[in-house]
Design a protein around this ligand. Structure first.
Ligand code: MN
Length: 333
């Protein structure tokens, strides 16, 4: 559970602030967007002036979790403009689901160097002292759990929209309650959020049963290229420019498609190569944990996490395919 002393301090900090900037890591996921959606409404209900900010685009299927006026760096304003004028009256920075400066580029360093308090709410182990107050619990499955516990312990009302947002935060970080981190604390929070108005079946349908026919046809095109290597432990797939044209889809439609092949019991790691218009090849890498794909991505100038990473390769596709299969060989032989 959250340390009651820390919780108390976080609450006091929030209550004492007037204008609060709330942000989260780049490439916001369900936990990041859902935690934002839940907390921002809670702060507004307390009468705070809140500036919600994404540091990069939020996937369109998570947009309903946050208020439409949430600003996005690169879409609504530049980081330069924000740092020059937009932070003038901020008296509290809140950073969600991230606790190191490189996950919140520019604004993280700016906030921690400012004389204003920085409240971090997070469940990751990586920390570099970004926050002046860190509400961090690595035992929590999602930041959404921590926001839920902060609101409940403070007696702040959870509206239907907040319940929806926090439910999605928790559900997505636990693989819709399938991963090992889905403990009793997660189910307790989920139950309370359902009682506050979250509708799991509707949320699931909106997020996971919402493919266009075109996108499903793109999935089919990708699956037709599936090859298993190294005693079926490594899955290779690609999508060509022509596949996008024939199915009337675009790059964004490839999101999460790589995960399909991990339904195969023997697959421990996978790659998806996507031909880009400029001739480069976008390379996504996934692992179930035994292979650290961030090392392979780094070898090609990319980066990421042990279980999910990415990079770009030079075309043509055939060369990129050979290069990436060879890079995996040492892990399986
Ligand atoms: Mn998270």
């Amino acid at each position: 559970m959250l340390d009651p002393t820390l919780l108390n301090e976080a609450r006091k900090l929030i209550l004492a602030s007037r204008r609060i900037l709330v942000t989260t890591h780049v490439k916001p996921d369900g936990d990041a967007a859902g935690s934002m959606g839940g907390l921002v409404d809670a702060l507004r209900a307390l009468g705070k002036e809140v500036a919600p900010l994404f540091l990069s685009a939020v996937p369109h299927w998570y947009e309903f979790l946050v208020r439409p006026e949430t600003q996005v760096i690169g879409r609504d304003l530049s980081m330069k403009d924000l740092l020059q004028s937009g932070t003038r009256d901020i008296d509290l920075f809140i950073i969600l689901d991230a606790n190191s400066c490189n996950q919140v580029p520019d604004i993280g360093a700016f906030a921690s160097q400012s004389d204003k308090p920085v409240l971090v709410v997070d469940h990751h182990a990586t920390s570099d002292g970004l926050g002046s107050l860190e509400l961090v619990d690595t035992g929590a499955a999602a930041t959404g759990v921590l926001i839920y516990e902060l609101l409940t312990a403070s007696g702040w009302e959870i509206t239907e929209h907040m319940a929806e947002a926090l439910f999605v935060a928790i559900a997505t970080d636990t693989g819709w309650f399938q991963f090992g981190n889905a403990d009793s604390r997660v189910y307790r929070a989920a139950a309370a959020l359902i009682e506050a108005g979250a509708q799991p079946a509707n949320l699931y349908a909106a997020l996971y049963q919402n493919f266009s026919y075109a996108r499903f046809m793109l999935t089919q095109a990708m699956l037709n290229t599936l090859e298993l290597h190294f005693e079926d432990q490594f899955a290779y797939q690609h999508i060509r420019r022509a596949d996008f044209e024939q199915t009337d889809t675009e790059q964004a439609d490839t999101e999460n498609l790589i995960n399909e092949c991990h339904r195969i019991a023997s697959v421990r790691a996978s790659v998806l190569l996507v031909e880009l218009e400029d001739g480069r090849i976008r390379c996504s890498l996934r692992s179930r944990g035994s292979v650290d794909v961030s090392k392979i991505a780094q070898a090609f100038g990319g980066g990421g996490h042990q279980m999910a990473s990415g990079t770009f390769l030079d075309g043509p596709l055939e060369n990129a395919k050979q290069a990436i299969i060879e890079a995996f060989r040492p892990y399986f032989e």
